[in-house]
Design a protein around this ligand. Structure first.
Ligand SMILES: CC(C)(COP(=O)(O)OP(=O)(O)OC[C@H]1O[C@@H](n2cnc3c(N)ncnc32)[C@H](O)[C@@H]1OP(=O)(O)O)[C@@H](O)C(=O)NCCC(=O)NCCS
Length: 154
């Protein structure tokens, strides 16, 4: 059920770049990945975020692999909440550094992540996307006392 809904969501949000079903399936069963969905009260999936944990220089790091919210539901704070929940999950896994790639042409996403405390690194990944555009790498280091805030109600 999640597989088909996430596949459709990916197609709607990234017409040129949607994840294939097999990759989504692998992400759903991979113990190193974290998938968080946003749904309406009736259960319709309207957004999701996929994160992966990986070892980097002997330290666990987090990577935001995909984030999307259906057009009709955007600019309501849903993606902000999904990123916050992902940061909580990463933090509970002992992760302090989060990375993600964003297209040079996706200024909305760049602005979105900047507002959430992600900084643009100097790293550029040439031709990272299927349409040939480069990716920029954004990074956030979670504060050391991050988990102190974990139970703050929202
Ligand atoms: C980027 C995306 C996930 C944002 O989702 P969202 O639920 O609309 O985001 P939020 O409502 O939480 O927005 C938070 C902030 O991001 C910025 N933002 C979001 N959408 C914006 C837009 N269309 N134009 C300008 N700023 C925008 C604003 O600063 C906003 O804060 P504000 O509401 O206080 O002004 C969504 O536009 C999307 O799915 N885009 C297509 C897929 C994509 O680009 N994913 C990211 C790939 S790296």
């Amino acid at each position: 059920m999640d597989l088909l809904a996430i596949e459709q969501l990916e197609k709607d949000c990234f017409p040129e770049e949607a994840f294939h079903r097999r990759l989504i399936k692998n992400l759903l069963i991979n113990p190193k990945s974290i998938v968080i969905k946003a749904a309406t009260p009736s259960g319709k999936i309207i957004g999701n975020i996929i994160g992966i944990t990986k070892k980097e220089n002997n330290l666990l790091a987090g990577r935001i692999y995909s984030l999307c919210v259906l057009g009709k539901y955007r600019e309501k704070g849903i993606a902000t909440r999904l990123v916050q929940l992902m940061e909580d999950e990463f933090s509970l896994n002992g992760i302090k550094k989060i990375k993600l790639e964003v297209s040079t042409s996706n200024t909305v996403a760049q602005r979105f992540y900047k507002q959430l405390g992600y900084s643009m690194s100097a790293i550029v990944l040439p031709g990272f996307y299927n349409d040939g555009t480069d990716a920029l790498v954004m990074i956030k280091c979670l504060p050391l006392n991050y988990t102190d805030n974990y139970y703050t109600p929202f």
